[in-house]
Design a protein around this ligand. Structure first.
Ligand code: FES
Length: 107
């Protein structure tokens, strides 16, 4: 089972086991990881599932689609090169060990 680690802005870490096929957002919600709000439930309408993907995995993910790109523009925390919406990242075996950083605020 792939492991995903979420690092909060204050450095607190939450490592969870996530089923392949779920989103990085859903894995966070189902394990009670703080800081991933996901108001819209994953339908690309809120940007409250914003994360910064750790550099080590920068090339492991497909580039964001146009809709995700647009929503990232209205994210509450600064958009960076590593910004992604976690509802759009599908957990796969290849992403085992993925580390994402949770922004300071989502709204
Ligand atoms: S959960 Fe709303 S855009 Fe990801």
């Amino acid at each position: 089972m792939p492991q995903i680690t979420y690092i909060q802005a204050d450095g607190e870490r939450h490592a969870v086991g996530a089923d392949s096929g779920v989103s990085v957002m859903k894995a966070a919600i189902s394990h009670g990881v703080p800081g991933i709000v996901a108001e819209c439930g994953g339908s690309l309408m809120c940007a409250t599932c914003h994360v910064y993907v750790d550099e080590a995995f920068a090339d492991a993910l497909p580039v964001p689609g146009d809709d995700e790109d647009e929503m990232l523009e209205v994210a509450a925390s600064e958009r960076r090169g590593s910004s992604r919406l976690s509802c759009q990242i599908e957990v796969t075996e290849e992403l085992d060990g993925l580390v994402v950083h949770v922004p300071e605020r989502q709204a």
